[in-house]
Design a protein around this ligand. Sequence first.
Ligand code: HEM
Length: 179
Amino acid sequence: MKGIVFTEFLDLVEEKFGLEMVDRIISSSELESEGVYTSVGTYSFSEMLQLLQHLSENTGISIDNLLLVYAEHFFSVIEKSYPGLLATYKDPIEMISSIENHIHVEVRKIYPDAELPTFEVIEKTENSLIMDYTSSRAMHHFGLGLMNKTFEHFNATATIALEKIKEDGTQVRFIIHKN
Ligand code: HEM
């Protein structure tokens, strides 16, 4: 997992819960990196999982909800860092259905070692989209947060339902209806 995902995460934890919480979740985790992240580095996903688990234990907020809020923050990082990529799109359904074949393809050109999920479009109309998420990282709520913000970015709203295809969340169906 890319360093930028860690640095932005810890910035948000500091902003919402304070530096003591950052220290606490780092020191209670067993981290090969010792909690020192640079935005251009690459670190093990198990480090992110430990940080999320300890933040969840300390705040009582579920990992899914932490990932949702974090993704909504991460979207503003994307807006700032990759304005050109977003400007390619005029419509949220078009953008979300293009993650697999365009957006994450571009991401991989920038970060060849990025750990990205797979999104398969099952059904697409002008105002709806059914898409299956697959990833060993089970970060579907990170996807949900990015989708929410994608609609907001285009001044639109949507109803998004998640159906777990696999109980452990490594495969999830997103059913999206633009309002
Ligand atoms: C992960 C970039 C749009 C879904 C990532 C990562 C980057 C990235 C850098 C981390 C990879 C790693 O740490 O190795 C971008 C950029 C986007 C974009 C630049 C737009 C211009 C989206 C959208 C969605 C999405 C709209 C929602 C459907 C995900 C998910 C992950 C991820 C779920 C977590 C990894 C996993 O589940 O395996 N993306 N992304 N991305 N992205 Fe995107």
